[in-house]
Design a protein around this ligand. Structure first.
Ligand code: GTP
Ligand code: MG
Length: 206
């Protein structure tokens, strides 16, 4: 069997922005399609990763100033499933009030979305996981949502240092090595692997 290494595991034929939820129990798209959500601290690269996955330059808005994505944004892909860009948490320069606002909205989304098939939690490969990162992982375990961890911005480290750092993060969070995918939206590293993992989540029986 020959396999084209350059082939996309998932061909994105079409992406459509459905809208955003801006408050707890606020508007959400009237869709029962399977959902996969992307979570992580502000500036970790969620919107960039989403754009890289769907091969669009500026589909999800990439922030020049961190803390920009404040809404839960819904994107329908191939009329088959929905990608959900969650607001970033834990950015120090955001006021306390705004900081506190993301938590109930994200938590209520994660608890109430019955078609949620999985979460991609993004961590910066150069940083130690923060208390917020750990709290999010604990919360996801409690809710029971399958979780993939993507380690972003690998292009900023040498290969050797990146490997070491990935192993260290996996160890410190007690994750299985295969749960952790090094990723770069600049080089495309990890993109195919992540798409494969997401496809498995979407196709898994609910
Ligand atoms: P919020 O919406 O504020 O929560 O941020 P976000 O997690 O969506 O991050 P975003 O994608 O907006 O990226 C934040 C900054 O990091 C931008 O300047 C990006 O260009 C940069 N960035 C994101 N991913 C990568 C990456 O893989 N490599 C490098 N070198 N820079 C990246
Ligand atoms: Mg964003």
């Amino acid at each position: 069997m020959s396999k084209d290494p350059g082939a996309d595991p998932l061909v994105i034929r079409n992406v459509e922005f459905l809208g955003g939820m801006s408050e707890k129990h606020g508007w959400r798209p009237d869709s029962a399609l399977p959902e996969v959500a992307f979570a992580g601290r502000s500036n970790v690269g969620k919107s960039s990763l989403l754009n890289s996955l769907v091969r669009r330059k500026s589909f999800a808005r990439v922030s020049r100033t961190p803390g920009r994505t404040r809404e839960i944004n819904f994107f329908r892909v191939n009329n088959g499933f929905v990608f959900v860009d969650l607001p970033g948490y834990g950015y120090a320069r955001v006021s306390k009030e705004k900081k506190a606002a993301w938590r109930p909205m994200i938590e209520s989304y994660l608890r109430r979305t019955t078609q949620l098939r999985g979460i991609v939690l993004l961590l910066d490969i150069r940083r130690e996981p923060s208390d917020d990162d750990r709290a999010m992982l604990d919360f996801l375990a409690e809710v029971g949502v399958p979780t993939i961890v993507a380690l972003t911005k690998t292009d900023k480290l040498s290969k050797a240092v990146a490997l070491e750092s990935a192993a260290k993060i996996a160890r410190s969070l007690a994750l299985e090595p295969e749960q952790v995918i090094p990723f770069s939206s600049v080089t495309g590293e990890g993109r195919a692997e992540l798409l494969n993992a997401i496809t498995s989540l979407v196709e898994a029986a609910p």
